[in-house]
Design a protein around this ligand. Sequence first.
Ligand SMILES: [Zn+2]
Length: 444
Amino acid sequence: MRDVPGLIEEVQQVLRRVDPDGVLVACEIRDVHIGPSELARVADEVDRLLGRGGEPPSRLPTVLLVMDRTVIRRAGSAVKDELVAQLAQRFDLRTLVLDDGQAELHASDEVIDSATAAADGVDAIVSVGGGTISDIGKLSSVGVGGLPLVVVQTAASVDGFTDNVSVVLRHGVKRTVPSRWPDVVVADTTLIAEAPQAMNRAGFGEINSMFTAPADWRLANLLGFDESFHHGPIALLAEVGDQIEEWSRGLATGQRNSTERLVRALGMRGIATGVAGTTACLSGVEHLISHMLDISNAANGRPTGLHGAQVGVGSVVAAAAWELLFARMDAASTVPGPELTPPDPAAAEQLVRAQFGPLDPTGALAEECWPTTTTSSAPGRGIGWSYYGCFPDGNCTGKNCGHWCAHPRRSRSGCRPRGHRRDSATSTRQWNRLWPAGPCSTAA
Ligand SMILES: [Zn+2]
């Protein structure tokens, strides 16, 4: 059996190496438990967080279990019933089943408020479900002063289980807001492998942004839009990007080893976002595409697609956009850098508002989106810079790249049309001029 260190142990090891001065946000997750039988440990984890060692309590601690009405099964039995039974044996258990009347629950202000109200007066919160439920659990914990929080992850569809932000629906637009790290994440791979395949495939789609978004982040930094760039989060991603083309095949048939790798990769992504202090390291142009699809579908009465699936598709577009840029760089023998003229804000605003106009004639959507489009690295997202395009030959001179540079080269063949390959040695040289210290160097 592979000797795999715990995810948090691995994170701390990497961060000690790439961020010795502690510039990045500290990861405050105590444990991420990934394995085939982890569901059984949820009550133990709550006990541990409450500082109880199994001694008879003078008062039973109160625990709130937050969930939606989706029925989830694991090896034939209903997971939520199992969890209720497990927790009720040891705690004064309250359950909250959230339902906003929609086919799919959204983390709207009303839903978050009702979860926060239910959390008032309890000692700990356990959330069981997908990304939305996890986000609501985090926000309700924050709403009552940061109560201990155990997140039970039931699918590998998104990477939000292990970060310190939440996605909320505000004025019809999904927004990422600060929330908190969970204390403990429990990812039972037997359970997750039984999740609808479309969900775990969406998780795989989500993963693909790590081959383009970090480059968007870097470019935004070079153009002066984003001061937050740091190599540390990218070094974390390098730890889970290896051999993806081998293990991902098993996702189609729900193989547990593949599911475990997916859960681990998504877990690392969430942590990378959290320590970066910005979603920009993993949310580039491909996420803008996904958000735009959400808005467009909602405005036209169509069902919303799975976030990760849309991101996966958007990642292919992002990679292609970067390669187009490289082709133009090759043709012009120029390198993007400080001499580049950033987009004119007025022209950019006009462009954004023009895109939202047909979707919402009131202008409210554009009003909600435009301010965030002008901050952080968003303008840099408009281009997308594929690591693959940068290192088609794996010729990275960075000190700590591991397999990071080589991986996108291999994965590219799966997402780009055959016959569209080209010799990008020139691009590699240009990238090295752009980033003399090496893209994977730990020198910030
Ligand atoms: Zn995402």
